[in-house]
Design a protein around this ligand. Structure first.
Ligand code: ADP
Length: 604
Protein backbone atom coordinates (compact mmCIF):
# COMPACT_ATOMS: atom_id res chain seq x y z
CA UNK A 1 0.00 0.00 0.00
CA UNK A 2 0.98 3.62 -0.40
CA UNK A 3 2.04 6.39 1.90
CA UNK A 4 -1.24 7.50 3.48
CA UNK A 5 -0.83 11.24 2.83
CA UNK A 6 -0.45 10.60 -0.94
CA UNK A 7 -3.50 8.31 -0.80
CA UNK A 8 -5.48 11.01 0.97
CA UNK A 9 -4.57 13.53 -1.77
CA UNK A 10 -5.61 11.00 -4.43
CA UNK A 11 -8.90 10.46 -2.59
CA UNK A 12 -9.66 14.19 -2.50
CA UNK A 13 -8.91 14.71 -6.20
CA UNK A 14 -10.69 11.53 -7.27
CA UNK A 15 -13.78 12.56 -5.28
CA UNK A 16 -13.77 15.96 -7.01
CA UNK A 17 -13.28 14.38 -10.46
CA UNK A 18 -15.97 11.76 -9.87
CA UNK A 19 -18.40 14.45 -8.72
CA UNK A 20 -17.63 16.74 -11.68
CA UNK A 21 -17.75 13.81 -14.15
CA UNK A 22 -21.11 12.55 -13.01
CA UNK A 23 -22.71 15.99 -12.72
CA UNK A 24 -21.80 16.87 -16.34
CA UNK A 25 -23.85 16.13 -19.41
CA UNK A 26 -22.15 13.20 -21.12
CA UNK A 27 -22.56 11.38 -24.38
CA UNK A 28 -23.26 7.68 -24.01
CA UNK A 29 -20.87 5.30 -25.71
CA UNK A 30 -18.73 2.30 -24.79
CA UNK A 31 -15.54 4.36 -24.05
CA UNK A 32 -17.51 6.51 -21.64
CA UNK A 33 -19.07 3.57 -19.87
CA UNK A 34 -15.65 1.95 -19.35
CA UNK A 35 -14.13 5.22 -18.16
CA UNK A 36 -16.96 5.95 -15.72
CA UNK A 37 -16.41 2.47 -14.26
CA UNK A 38 -12.67 3.17 -14.06
CA UNK A 39 -13.20 6.41 -12.11
CA UNK A 40 -15.47 4.78 -9.56
CA UNK A 41 -13.14 1.79 -9.26
CA UNK A 42 -10.17 4.07 -8.66
CA UNK A 43 -12.11 5.96 -5.97
CA UNK A 44 -13.15 2.74 -4.24
CA UNK A 45 -9.55 1.41 -4.46
CA UNK A 46 -8.16 4.57 -2.86
CA UNK A 47 -10.72 4.32 -0.10
CA UNK A 48 -9.75 0.65 0.54
CA UNK A 49 -6.11 1.72 0.65
CA UNK A 50 -6.66 4.45 3.27
CA UNK A 51 -8.98 2.23 5.25
CA UNK A 52 -6.36 -0.51 5.18
CA UNK A 53 -3.72 1.86 6.51
CA UNK A 54 -5.77 2.72 9.61
CA UNK A 55 -6.72 -0.90 10.16
CA UNK A 56 -3.09 -2.03 9.97
CA UNK A 57 -2.15 0.62 12.51
CA UNK A 58 -4.97 -0.37 14.84
CA UNK A 59 -4.97 -4.16 14.58
CA UNK A 60 -2.38 -6.87 14.54
CA UNK A 61 -0.81 -7.64 11.10
CA UNK A 62 -2.43 -11.06 10.98
CA UNK A 63 -5.86 -9.81 11.95
CA UNK A 64 -8.40 -11.33 9.57
CA UNK A 65 -9.75 -7.95 8.37
CA UNK A 66 -6.22 -6.80 7.50
CA UNK A 67 -5.65 -9.94 5.42
CA UNK A 68 -9.04 -9.45 3.75
CA UNK A 69 -8.37 -5.78 2.97
CA UNK A 70 -4.99 -6.65 1.44
CA UNK A 71 -6.62 -9.23 -0.82
CA UNK A 72 -9.44 -6.89 -1.85
CA UNK A 73 -6.86 -4.20 -2.61
CA UNK A 74 -4.91 -6.64 -4.78
CA UNK A 75 -8.09 -7.59 -6.63
CA UNK A 76 -8.90 -3.91 -7.11
CA UNK A 77 -5.50 -3.32 -8.66
CA UNK A 78 -5.80 -6.23 -11.11
CA UNK A 79 -9.38 -5.18 -11.94
CA UNK A 80 -8.19 -1.64 -12.75
CA UNK A 81 -5.64 -2.93 -15.28
CA UNK A 82 -8.17 -5.43 -16.64
CA UNK A 83 -10.68 -2.60 -17.29
CA UNK A 84 -7.90 -0.55 -18.86
CA UNK A 85 -7.06 -3.50 -21.14
CA UNK A 86 -10.74 -3.64 -22.19
CA UNK A 87 -10.61 0.11 -22.84
CA UNK A 88 -7.55 -0.35 -25.11
CA UNK A 89 -9.23 -3.28 -26.86
CA UNK A 90 -12.31 -1.16 -27.50
CA UNK A 91 -10.16 1.70 -28.82
CA UNK A 92 -8.40 -0.70 -31.16
CA UNK A 93 -11.18 -3.02 -32.34
CA UNK A 94 -14.44 -1.17 -31.56
CA UNK A 95 -16.11 -4.36 -30.36
CA UNK A 96 -15.84 -5.76 -26.87
CA UNK A 97 -18.99 -7.86 -26.57
CA UNK A 98 -17.51 -11.28 -27.23
CA UNK A 99 -14.25 -10.62 -25.43
CA UNK A 100 -15.83 -9.42 -22.19
CA UNK A 101 -17.75 -12.64 -21.48
CA UNK A 102 -14.65 -14.70 -22.18
CA UNK A 103 -12.31 -12.75 -19.96
CA UNK A 104 -14.69 -12.03 -17.10
CA UNK A 105 -14.84 -15.80 -16.52
CA UNK A 106 -11.04 -16.16 -16.42
CA UNK A 107 -10.50 -13.11 -14.21
CA UNK A 108 -13.29 -14.31 -11.85
CA UNK A 109 -11.45 -17.63 -11.36
CA UNK A 110 -8.14 -15.81 -10.77
CA UNK A 111 -9.78 -13.57 -8.15
CA UNK A 112 -11.08 -16.66 -6.38
CA UNK A 113 -7.60 -18.20 -6.32
CA UNK A 114 -6.09 -14.92 -5.04
CA UNK A 115 -8.68 -14.97 -2.30
CA UNK A 116 -7.81 -18.53 -1.29
CA UNK A 117 -3.99 -18.21 -1.44
CA UNK A 118 -2.16 -16.96 1.69
CA UNK A 119 -0.95 -13.34 1.96
CA UNK A 120 1.48 -11.68 4.37
CA UNK A 121 1.08 -8.12 5.55
CA UNK A 122 3.86 -5.87 6.77
CA UNK A 123 3.49 -2.52 8.51
CA UNK A 124 6.37 -0.07 8.80
CA UNK A 125 5.76 3.43 10.14
CA UNK A 126 3.47 5.13 7.61
CA UNK A 127 3.70 2.42 4.98
CA UNK A 128 1.93 -0.93 4.79
CA UNK A 129 2.75 -3.53 2.14
CA UNK A 130 1.88 -7.13 1.44
CA UNK A 131 3.67 -10.13 -0.10
CA UNK A 132 3.33 -13.89 -0.41
CA UNK A 133 1.73 -16.35 -2.96
CA UNK A 134 -1.46 -14.30 -3.37
CA UNK A 135 0.55 -11.18 -4.24
CA UNK A 136 2.80 -13.18 -6.59
CA UNK A 137 -0.21 -14.42 -8.54
CA UNK A 138 -1.44 -10.80 -8.60
CA UNK A 139 1.89 -9.75 -10.18
CA UNK A 140 1.59 -12.47 -12.80
CA UNK A 141 -1.90 -11.18 -13.69
CA UNK A 142 -0.76 -7.56 -13.80
CA UNK A 143 2.21 -8.34 -16.06
CA UNK A 144 0.08 -10.54 -18.32
CA UNK A 145 -2.48 -7.77 -18.69
CA UNK A 146 0.26 -5.20 -19.29
CA UNK A 147 1.76 -7.51 -21.93
CA UNK A 148 -1.67 -7.84 -23.57
CA UNK A 149 -2.06 -4.05 -23.63
CA UNK A 150 1.41 -3.66 -25.19
CA UNK A 151 0.61 -6.37 -27.81
CA UNK A 152 -2.63 -4.55 -28.71
CA UNK A 153 -0.71 -1.29 -29.04
CA UNK A 154 1.94 -2.93 -31.27
CA UNK A 155 -0.73 -4.55 -33.46
CA UNK A 156 -2.35 -1.14 -33.88
CA UNK A 157 0.87 0.69 -34.45
CA UNK A 158 -0.75 2.77 -37.20
CA UNK A 159 -3.33 4.24 -34.82
CA UNK A 160 -0.90 4.82 -32.00
CA UNK A 161 -0.23 8.39 -33.11
CA UNK A 162 -3.87 8.98 -32.16
CA UNK A 163 -4.14 11.07 -29.01
CA UNK A 164 -6.48 8.47 -27.57
CA UNK A 165 -3.60 6.13 -26.71
CA UNK A 166 -1.43 8.70 -24.90
CA UNK A 167 -2.74 8.11 -21.33
CA UNK A 168 -2.25 4.38 -21.91
CA UNK A 169 1.44 4.95 -22.69
CA UNK A 170 1.68 7.07 -19.57
CA UNK A 171 0.11 4.25 -17.60
CA UNK A 172 2.55 1.64 -18.92
CA UNK A 173 5.62 3.78 -18.20
CA UNK A 174 4.40 4.86 -14.76
CA UNK A 175 3.41 1.34 -13.72
CA UNK A 176 6.67 -0.20 -14.91
CA UNK A 177 8.56 2.61 -13.12
CA UNK A 178 6.56 2.04 -9.93
CA UNK A 179 7.26 -1.70 -10.03
CA UNK A 180 10.99 -1.09 -10.49
CA UNK A 181 11.04 1.32 -7.55
CA UNK A 182 9.12 -1.17 -5.44
CA UNK A 183 11.49 -3.98 -6.41
CA UNK A 184 14.44 -1.90 -5.15
CA UNK A 185 12.58 -0.67 -2.09
CA UNK A 186 9.39 -2.65 -1.26
CA UNK A 187 8.27 0.05 1.13
CA UNK A 188 7.81 2.59 -1.66
CA UNK A 189 4.57 1.62 -3.37
CA UNK A 190 3.45 4.10 -6.00
CA UNK A 191 1.00 1.87 -7.86
CA UNK A 192 -2.18 3.54 -6.58
CA UNK A 193 -0.68 6.90 -7.46
CA UNK A 194 -0.07 5.61 -11.02
CA UNK A 195 -3.72 4.58 -11.35
CA UNK A 196 -4.91 7.94 -10.06
CA UNK A 197 -2.54 9.90 -12.33
CA UNK A 198 -3.83 7.94 -15.36
CA UNK A 199 -7.47 8.53 -14.34
CA UNK A 200 -6.69 12.26 -13.98
CA UNK A 201 -4.93 12.29 -17.35
CA UNK A 202 -7.86 10.58 -19.03
CA UNK A 203 -10.35 12.93 -17.43
CA UNK A 204 -8.49 16.01 -18.59
CA UNK A 205 -7.71 14.70 -22.08
CA UNK A 206 -9.46 11.98 -24.05
CA UNK A 207 -12.36 11.26 -21.71
CA UNK A 208 -13.19 14.87 -20.88
CA UNK A 209 -17.01 15.01 -21.18
CA UNK A 210 -16.92 18.60 -22.51
CA UNK A 211 -14.41 17.74 -25.23
CA UNK A 212 -16.42 14.64 -26.12
CA UNK A 213 -19.58 16.67 -26.36
CA UNK A 214 -17.83 19.22 -28.58
CA UNK A 215 -16.52 16.38 -30.77
CA UNK A 216 -20.04 15.03 -31.03
CA UNK A 217 -21.32 18.48 -31.97
CA UNK A 218 -18.59 18.77 -34.58
CA UNK A 219 -19.60 15.42 -36.06
CA UNK A 220 -23.25 16.58 -36.15
CA UNK A 221 -22.13 19.87 -37.70
CA UNK A 222 -20.13 18.05 -40.39
CA UNK A 223 -23.13 15.81 -41.14
CA UNK A 224 -25.40 18.88 -41.39
CA UNK A 225 -22.88 20.59 -43.69
CA UNK A 226 -22.67 17.46 -45.86
CA UNK A 227 -26.47 17.26 -46.02
CA UNK A 228 -26.56 20.91 -46.95
CA UNK A 229 -24.01 20.36 -49.69
CA UNK A 230 -26.03 17.38 -50.99
CA UNK A 231 -29.10 19.63 -51.01
CA UNK A 232 -27.24 22.34 -52.94
CA UNK A 233 -26.00 19.72 -55.39
CA UNK A 234 -29.55 18.37 -55.65
CA UNK A 235 -30.85 21.88 -56.37
CA UNK A 236 -28.24 22.59 -59.00
CA UNK A 237 -28.86 19.18 -60.61
CA UNK A 238 -32.57 19.74 -60.54
CA UNK A 239 -32.50 23.30 -61.82
CA UNK A 240 -30.48 21.99 -64.76
CA UNK A 241 -32.86 19.09 -65.34
CA UNK A 242 -35.97 21.26 -65.04
CA UNK A 243 -34.64 24.08 -67.18
CA UNK A 244 -33.75 21.78 -70.07
CA UNK A 245 -37.33 20.73 -70.99
CA UNK A 246 -38.64 24.13 -69.91
CA UNK A 247 -36.24 25.75 -72.30
CA UNK A 248 -37.54 23.49 -75.07
CA UNK A 249 -41.17 24.35 -74.22
CA UNK A 250 -40.54 28.11 -74.22
CA UNK A 251 -38.31 27.93 -77.31
CA UNK A 252 -40.69 25.84 -79.44
CA UNK A 253 -43.71 27.90 -78.33
CA UNK A 254 -41.96 31.08 -79.43
CA UNK A 255 -41.05 29.46 -82.75
CA UNK A 256 -44.66 28.36 -83.19
CA UNK A 257 -46.22 31.81 -82.72
CA UNK A 258 -45.07 33.50 -85.98
CA UNK A 259 -45.37 30.31 -88.04
CA UNK A 260 -48.25 29.85 -90.48
CA UNK A 261 -47.11 26.48 -91.80
CA UNK A 262 -49.45 23.91 -90.27
CA UNK A 263 -46.97 21.06 -90.58
CA UNK A 264 -44.26 23.11 -88.90
CA UNK A 265 -46.66 24.08 -86.10
CA UNK A 266 -47.58 20.42 -85.62
CA UNK A 267 -43.89 19.51 -85.41
CA UNK A 268 -43.28 22.17 -82.74
CA UNK A 269 -46.38 21.06 -80.83
CA UNK A 270 -45.12 17.46 -80.79
CA UNK A 271 -41.77 18.64 -79.41
CA UNK A 272 -43.55 20.72 -76.77
CA UNK A 273 -45.63 17.71 -75.69
CA UNK A 274 -42.49 15.55 -75.44
CA UNK A 275 -40.64 18.17 -73.39
CA UNK A 276 -43.69 18.66 -71.14
CA UNK A 277 -43.92 14.94 -70.42
CA UNK A 278 -40.23 14.90 -69.62
CA UNK A 279 -40.66 17.88 -67.30
CA UNK A 280 -43.56 16.17 -65.57
CA UNK A 281 -41.47 13.04 -65.11
CA UNK A 282 -38.68 15.06 -63.52
CA UNK A 283 -41.01 16.94 -61.16
CA UNK A 284 -42.67 13.68 -60.12
CA UNK A 285 -39.24 12.12 -59.58
CA UNK A 286 -38.14 14.98 -57.33
CA UNK A 287 -41.36 14.79 -55.34
CA UNK A 288 -41.02 11.04 -54.96
CA UNK A 289 -37.39 11.09 -53.86
CA UNK A 290 -38.11 13.88 -51.33
CA UNK A 291 -41.07 11.94 -49.95
CA UNK A 292 -39.00 8.74 -49.71
CA UNK A 293 -36.19 10.58 -47.94
CA UNK A 294 -38.60 12.25 -45.53
CA UNK A 295 -40.26 8.87 -44.84
CA UNK A 296 -43.53 10.31 -46.04
CA UNK A 297 -44.18 7.63 -48.67
CA UNK A 298 -46.81 5.10 -47.66
CA UNK A 299 -47.95 1.85 -49.23
CA UNK A 300 -51.68 2.12 -49.91
CA UNK A 301 -53.15 -1.23 -51.02
CA UNK A 302 -56.15 -1.21 -53.34
CA UNK A 303 -57.86 -3.76 -55.53
CA UNK A 304 -56.83 -3.61 -59.18
CA UNK A 305 -56.93 -5.51 -62.41
CA UNK A 306 -53.27 -6.42 -63.16
CA UNK A 307 -53.94 -7.14 -66.86
CA UNK A 308 -55.39 -3.68 -67.27
CA UNK A 309 -52.38 -2.15 -65.50
CA UNK A 310 -49.76 -4.03 -67.56
CA UNK A 311 -51.59 -3.41 -70.84
CA UNK A 312 -51.86 0.30 -70.10
CA UNK A 313 -48.10 0.35 -69.39
CA UNK A 314 -47.45 -1.20 -72.80
CA UNK A 315 -49.51 1.58 -74.36
CA UNK A 316 -47.42 4.17 -72.57
CA UNK A 317 -44.13 2.60 -73.64
CA UNK A 318 -44.89 1.95 -77.33
CA UNK A 319 -44.67 5.63 -78.33
CA UNK A 320 -41.25 5.75 -76.63
CA UNK A 321 -39.96 3.07 -78.98
CA UNK A 322 -41.33 5.16 -81.85
CA UNK A 323 -39.71 4.30 -85.13
CA UNK A 324 -36.76 2.36 -83.64
CA UNK A 325 -36.40 -1.17 -85.13
CA UNK A 326 -37.41 -2.88 -81.90
CA UNK A 327 -39.67 -5.88 -81.50
CA UNK A 328 -41.71 -5.32 -78.34
CA UNK A 329 -42.97 -8.70 -77.03
CA UNK A 330 -45.41 -8.94 -74.15
CA UNK A 331 -46.32 -12.19 -72.38
CA UNK A 332 -48.75 -12.27 -69.51
CA UNK A 333 -49.13 -15.65 -67.81
CA UNK A 334 -52.67 -17.06 -68.03
CA UNK A 335 -52.35 -17.87 -64.29
CA UNK A 336 -52.29 -14.17 -63.44
CA UNK A 337 -55.28 -13.60 -61.13
CA UNK A 338 -58.10 -11.32 -62.34
CA UNK A 339 -58.05 -8.97 -59.37
CA UNK A 340 -55.11 -8.39 -57.04
CA UNK A 341 -54.71 -6.18 -54.01
CA UNK A 342 -51.61 -4.06 -53.60
CA UNK A 343 -50.36 -0.54 -54.15
CA UNK A 344 -51.33 -0.32 -57.82
CA UNK A 345 -49.84 3.15 -58.29
CA UNK A 346 -46.43 2.04 -57.08
CA UNK A 347 -46.53 -1.26 -59.02
CA UNK A 348 -47.28 0.79 -62.13
CA UNK A 349 -44.52 3.26 -61.38
CA UNK A 350 -41.76 0.69 -60.81
CA UNK A 351 -42.63 -1.40 -63.86
CA UNK A 352 -43.04 1.68 -66.04
CA UNK A 353 -39.59 2.82 -65.01
CA UNK A 354 -37.81 -0.36 -66.08
CA UNK A 355 -39.88 -0.52 -69.27
CA UNK A 356 -39.09 3.08 -70.24
CA UNK A 357 -35.40 2.53 -69.46
CA UNK A 358 -35.42 -0.50 -71.79
CA UNK A 359 -37.06 1.66 -74.48
CA UNK A 360 -34.63 4.54 -73.85
CA UNK A 361 -31.42 2.52 -73.81
CA UNK A 362 -32.18 0.07 -76.63
CA UNK A 363 -31.68 1.10 -80.24
CA UNK A 364 -32.55 -2.11 -82.04
CA UNK A 365 -33.49 -5.71 -81.43
CA UNK A 366 -36.01 -6.81 -78.84
CA UNK A 367 -37.65 -5.81 -75.62
CA UNK A 368 -39.40 -8.67 -73.83
CA UNK A 369 -41.91 -7.84 -71.13
CA UNK A 370 -42.82 -11.01 -69.20
CA UNK A 371 -45.25 -11.31 -66.33
CA UNK A 372 -45.42 -14.65 -64.58
CA UNK A 373 -46.66 -15.55 -61.12
CA UNK A 374 -46.90 -18.19 -58.45
CA UNK A 375 -50.31 -18.30 -56.80
CA UNK A 376 -50.63 -19.68 -53.31
CA UNK A 377 -54.30 -20.43 -52.87
CA UNK A 378 -53.93 -21.34 -49.17
CA UNK A 379 -52.54 -17.93 -48.20
CA UNK A 380 -54.29 -16.03 -51.03
CA UNK A 381 -50.93 -14.62 -52.10
CA UNK A 382 -49.63 -14.10 -55.60
CA UNK A 383 -45.89 -13.80 -56.14
CA UNK A 384 -45.45 -11.66 -59.24
CA UNK A 385 -42.30 -12.02 -61.37
CA UNK A 386 -41.98 -9.11 -63.73
CA UNK A 387 -39.05 -9.24 -66.13
CA UNK A 388 -37.97 -6.71 -68.74
CA UNK A 389 -35.25 -8.00 -71.05
CA UNK A 390 -33.67 -5.81 -73.70
CA UNK A 391 -30.98 -6.06 -76.36
CA UNK A 392 -29.79 -2.54 -75.61
CA UNK A 393 -26.42 -1.07 -74.76
CA UNK A 394 -26.06 -3.07 -71.50
CA UNK A 395 -24.29 -1.97 -68.36
CA UNK A 396 -20.65 -2.51 -67.43
CA UNK A 397 -20.04 -4.76 -64.39
CA UNK A 398 -18.38 -1.96 -62.42
CA UNK A 399 -21.41 0.26 -62.96
CA UNK A 400 -24.02 -2.23 -61.76
CA UNK A 401 -23.58 -1.18 -58.13
CA UNK A 402 -24.03 2.51 -58.91
CA UNK A 403 -27.20 1.85 -60.86
CA UNK A 404 -29.59 2.31 -57.98
CA UNK A 405 -27.90 5.43 -56.54
CA UNK A 406 -29.81 8.64 -56.98
CA UNK A 407 -28.62 11.08 -59.65
CA UNK A 408 -26.27 8.40 -60.92
CA UNK A 409 -26.36 8.19 -64.69
CA UNK A 410 -24.05 5.66 -66.29
CA UNK A 411 -21.96 6.59 -69.35
CA UNK A 412 -23.09 10.20 -69.11
CA UNK A 413 -21.37 11.11 -72.36
CA UNK A 414 -23.53 8.65 -74.28
CA UNK A 415 -26.62 9.72 -72.35
CA UNK A 416 -26.58 13.34 -73.38
CA UNK A 417 -29.22 12.79 -76.04
CA UNK A 418 -31.40 10.63 -73.80
CA UNK A 419 -33.47 12.50 -71.26
CA UNK A 420 -33.31 11.33 -67.65
CA UNK A 421 -32.45 12.37 -64.14
CA UNK A 422 -30.73 9.33 -62.72
CA UNK A 423 -33.53 9.19 -60.15
CA UNK A 424 -35.68 6.51 -61.77
CA UNK A 425 -33.94 3.37 -60.53
CA UNK A 426 -33.29 4.85 -57.06
CA UNK A 427 -37.03 5.48 -56.74
CA UNK A 428 -37.88 2.09 -58.25
CA UNK A 429 -35.67 0.26 -55.75
CA UNK A 430 -37.04 2.19 -52.76
CA UNK A 431 -40.65 1.70 -53.81
CA UNK A 432 -40.17 -2.02 -54.57
CA UNK A 433 -38.56 -2.59 -51.18
CA UNK A 434 -41.25 -0.52 -49.49
CA UNK A 435 -43.81 -2.95 -50.93
CA UNK A 436 -41.77 -5.87 -49.53
CA UNK A 437 -40.38 -6.77 -52.97
CA UNK A 438 -36.99 -7.02 -54.62
CA UNK A 439 -35.38 -5.78 -57.83
CA UNK A 440 -32.42 -7.44 -59.52
CA UNK A 441 -30.44 -6.76 -62.66
CA UNK A 442 -28.35 -8.87 -65.02
CA UNK A 443 -26.51 -7.14 -67.77
CA UNK A 444 -23.81 -7.71 -70.37
CA UNK A 445 -22.20 -4.60 -71.71
CA UNK A 446 -23.01 -4.21 -75.40
CA UNK A 447 -25.51 -7.08 -75.38
CA UNK A 448 -28.42 -6.08 -73.18
CA UNK A 449 -29.94 -6.13 -69.72
CA UNK A 450 -32.65 -7.92 -67.78
CA UNK A 451 -34.35 -6.18 -64.88
CA UNK A 452 -36.52 -8.38 -62.65
CA UNK A 453 -39.02 -7.30 -60.03
CA UNK A 454 -40.43 -9.73 -57.47
CA UNK A 455 -43.56 -8.59 -55.65
CA UNK A 456 -46.08 -10.29 -53.43
CA UNK A 457 -49.71 -9.22 -53.89
CA UNK A 458 -52.95 -10.43 -52.34
CA UNK A 459 -55.32 -12.45 -54.55
CA UNK A 460 -58.86 -11.06 -54.49
CA UNK A 461 -60.27 -13.00 -57.43
CA UNK A 462 -58.94 -15.41 -60.04
CA UNK A 463 -61.74 -14.52 -62.45
CA UNK A 464 -60.59 -12.24 -65.24
CA UNK A 465 -62.85 -9.17 -65.64
CA UNK A 466 -64.03 -8.26 -69.12
CA UNK A 467 -62.21 -4.96 -69.31
CA UNK A 468 -58.53 -5.80 -69.39
CA UNK A 469 -57.47 -2.49 -70.79
CA UNK A 470 -56.48 -3.91 -74.18
CA UNK A 471 -58.86 -1.58 -76.00
CA UNK A 472 -58.61 1.90 -74.69
CA UNK A 473 -59.33 3.74 -77.93
CA UNK A 474 -61.32 6.70 -76.74
CA UNK A 475 -64.80 6.96 -78.20
CA UNK A 476 -65.55 10.68 -78.12
CA UNK A 477 -69.11 10.36 -79.38
CA UNK A 478 -70.63 8.71 -76.29
CA UNK A 479 -71.51 11.80 -74.29
CA UNK A 480 -72.61 14.30 -76.97
CA UNK A 481 -74.29 17.42 -75.59
CA UNK A 482 -73.79 16.64 -71.87
CA UNK A 483 -73.42 19.73 -69.65
CA UNK A 484 -70.10 20.05 -67.80
CA UNK A 485 -69.11 22.78 -65.34
CA UNK A 486 -65.40 23.42 -64.72
CA UNK A 487 -64.43 25.52 -61.69
CA UNK A 488 -60.81 26.66 -61.52
CA UNK A 489 -59.28 30.00 -60.50
CA UNK A 490 -56.50 29.62 -63.10
CA UNK A 491 -57.47 30.78 -66.60
CA UNK A 492 -54.76 28.60 -68.15
CA UNK A 493 -56.07 25.50 -66.38
CA UNK A 494 -59.60 26.31 -67.59
CA UNK A 495 -58.29 26.66 -71.12
CA UNK A 496 -56.41 23.35 -70.97
CA UNK A 497 -59.41 21.47 -69.48
CA UNK A 498 -61.70 22.98 -72.11
CA UNK A 499 -59.33 21.89 -74.89
CA UNK A 500 -59.08 18.32 -73.57
CA UNK A 501 -62.89 18.10 -73.38
CA UNK A 502 -63.42 19.61 -76.84
CA UNK A 503 -63.51 16.35 -78.85
CA UNK A 504 -66.42 15.12 -76.71
CA UNK A 505 -68.77 17.84 -77.94
CA UNK A 506 -69.89 18.69 -74.43
CA UNK A 507 -71.73 21.80 -73.47
CA UNK A 508 -68.94 23.22 -71.23
CA UNK A 509 -69.22 26.15 -68.83
CA UNK A 510 -66.01 27.61 -67.38
CA UNK A 511 -66.05 29.65 -64.15
CA UNK A 512 -63.28 30.95 -61.89
CA UNK A 513 -64.53 30.66 -58.29
CA UNK A 514 -66.62 28.70 -55.82
CA UNK A 515 -68.90 31.72 -55.32
CA UNK A 516 -69.75 31.76 -59.02
CA UNK A 517 -70.50 28.02 -58.83
CA UNK A 518 -72.94 28.54 -55.94
CA UNK A 519 -74.62 31.39 -57.79
CA UNK A 520 -74.86 29.39 -61.01
CA UNK A 521 -76.49 26.43 -59.27
CA UNK A 522 -79.51 28.62 -58.39
CA UNK A 523 -80.49 28.82 -62.05
CA UNK A 524 -78.73 26.04 -63.97
CA UNK A 525 -78.05 22.37 -63.77
CA UNK A 526 -75.19 20.20 -65.04
CA UNK A 527 -74.38 16.53 -65.58
CA UNK A 528 -70.90 16.77 -64.02
CA UNK A 529 -68.77 19.31 -62.16
CA UNK A 530 -64.96 19.28 -62.32
CA UNK A 531 -63.72 21.39 -59.41
CA UNK A 532 -60.24 22.63 -58.59
CA UNK A 533 -59.28 22.15 -54.94
CA UNK A 534 -56.83 24.98 -54.37
CA UNK A 535 -58.75 28.17 -55.00
CA UNK A 536 -58.32 31.46 -53.13
CA UNK A 537 -61.04 32.67 -50.70
CA UNK A 538 -63.24 29.58 -51.00
CA UNK A 539 -61.43 26.33 -51.79
CA UNK A 540 -62.93 23.33 -53.56
CA UNK A 541 -63.74 21.41 -50.37
CA UNK A 542 -65.65 24.37 -48.91
CA UNK A 543 -67.46 25.02 -52.20
CA UNK A 544 -68.53 21.37 -52.30
CA UNK A 545 -69.72 21.52 -48.68
CA UNK A 546 -71.93 24.53 -49.51
CA UNK A 547 -73.17 22.97 -52.76
CA UNK A 548 -74.21 19.83 -50.91
CA UNK A 549 -76.27 21.96 -48.53
CA UNK A 550 -78.36 23.25 -51.46
CA UNK A 551 -81.71 21.59 -51.80
CA UNK A 552 -81.92 18.83 -54.39
CA UNK A 553 -78.20 19.04 -55.31
CA UNK A 554 -77.15 15.67 -56.73
CA UNK A 555 -74.60 16.46 -59.44
CA UNK A 556 -71.42 14.32 -59.28
CA UNK A 557 -68.41 16.49 -58.40
CA UNK A 558 -64.89 15.40 -59.35
CA UNK A 559 -61.88 16.99 -57.61
CA UNK A 560 -59.15 18.43 -59.80
CA UNK A 561 -55.82 18.75 -58.06
CA UNK A 562 -52.10 18.85 -58.50
CA UNK A 563 -51.65 17.60 -54.94
CA UNK A 564 -48.83 15.08 -54.94
CA UNK A 565 -49.32 13.77 -51.44
CA UNK A 566 -49.91 10.07 -50.93
CA UNK A 567 -53.50 8.95 -50.37
CA UNK A 568 -54.97 12.16 -51.78
CA UNK A 569 -57.75 10.39 -53.66
CA UNK A 570 -59.02 8.84 -50.41
CA UNK A 571 -58.82 12.26 -48.75
CA UNK A 572 -61.02 13.88 -51.39
CA UNK A 573 -63.46 10.98 -51.51
CA UNK A 574 -63.82 11.33 -47.74
CA UNK A 575 -64.44 15.05 -48.19
CA UNK A 576 -67.50 14.16 -50.30
CA UNK A 577 -66.14 14.30 -53.86
CA UNK A 578 -67.36 11.59 -56.19
CA UNK A 579 -64.07 11.20 -57.97
CA UNK A 580 -60.56 12.54 -58.33
CA UNK A 581 -58.45 13.66 -61.30
CA UNK A 582 -54.87 14.77 -60.94
CA UNK A 583 -53.42 17.58 -62.99
CA UNK A 584 -52.03 17.51 -65.63
CA UNK A 585 -55.12 15.62 -66.73
CA UNK A 586 -54.41 12.30 -68.40
CA UNK A 587 -56.81 11.68 -71.35
CA UNK A 588 -57.40 8.05 -70.43
CA UNK A 589 -58.04 8.83 -66.75
CA UNK A 590 -60.45 11.56 -67.84
CA UNK A 591 -62.25 9.22 -70.22
CA UNK A 592 -62.65 6.61 -67.46
CA UNK A 593 -64.04 9.26 -65.08
CA UNK A 594 -66.45 10.59 -67.72
CA UNK A 595 -67.69 7.07 -68.49
CA UNK A 596 -68.19 6.46 -64.79
CA UNK A 597 -70.30 9.57 -64.17
CA UNK A 598 -71.96 10.17 -67.52
CA UNK A 599 -72.76 6.55 -68.33
CA UNK A 600 -70.96 3.99 -70.45
CA UNK A 601 -69.10 2.03 -67.74
CA UNK A 602 -70.99 2.28 -64.48
CA UNK A 603 -69.25 -0.71 -62.89
CA UNK A 604 -65.82 0.83 -62.78
P1 ADP B 1 -32.32 7.84 -65.93
O1 ADP B 1 -32.84 6.83 -66.90
O2 ADP B 1 -33.29 8.91 -65.62
O3 ADP B 1 -30.97 8.35 -66.27
P2 ADP B 1 -32.35 5.70 -64.01
O4 ADP B 1 -32.11 5.75 -62.53
O5 ADP B 1 -33.64 5.13 -64.45
O6 ADP B 1 -32.13 7.16 -64.51
O7 ADP B 1 -31.17 4.87 -64.63
C1 ADP B 1 -29.83 5.14 -64.24
C2 ADP B 1 -28.85 4.78 -65.32
O8 ADP B 1 -28.84 3.37 -65.53
C3 ADP B 1 -29.21 5.34 -66.69
O9 ADP B 1 -28.68 6.65 -66.83
C4 ADP B 1 -28.58 4.34 -67.65
O10 ADP B 1 -27.24 4.70 -67.89
C5 ADP B 1 -28.59 3.04 -66.88
N1 ADP B 1 -29.68 2.13 -67.34
C6 ADP B 1 -30.89 1.96 -66.75
N2 ADP B 1 -31.62 1.03 -67.41
C7 ADP B 1 -30.87 0.59 -68.42
C8 ADP B 1 -31.04 -0.39 -69.47
N3 ADP B 1 -32.17 -1.09 -69.60
N4 ADP B 1 -30.00 -0.58 -70.33
C9 ADP B 1 -28.87 0.11 -70.21
N5 ADP B 1 -28.62 1.05 -69.27
C10 ADP B 1 -29.59 1.28 -68.38
Amino acid sequence: MINVSISACCLVFLTIITFVYYSKKRIKNVDNKIFSFLIVLNLVGTYIDINGFFMFRTFDENFILNILTSKIYLIYFILYIFILAIYVYNLSYKNINKLIRYFIGIIGIIFLIIFLLPINVNMKENVAYSYGPSVNLGYVCVFTLLALIIIMLVLNIKNIISKKYMPIFAFIFLTLGAFTIQKINPEINLLLLCNSVVTFLMFFTIENPDVKLINQLNIAKDAAEKANMAKTEFLSNMSHEIRTPLNAIVGFSECMLPSTDLNEIKGFATDIVDASHNLLEIVNGILDISKIEANKMEVIPKEYNPREVFNSLCKLVRPRIKEKPIDFKVTISPDLPGILKGDMGKVKQVVLNILTNAAKYTDKGEIEFNITCVNRQDTKKCLLYIAVKDTGRGIKKENLEKLFNKFERIDEDKNTTIEGTGLGLAITKSLTEMMGGKITVNSKFGEGSTFRIYLEQEIISMEIPENTGEEIEIDYSTHNGKRILIVDDSKINLKVANQILKPYNFNVKLIESGYEALELMESQTFDLILMDIMMPKMNGVETLRRLKKMEGFDIPVVALTADAIEGTDEKYLNAGFDGYLSKPIDRYELDRTLKKFLGGNKNE
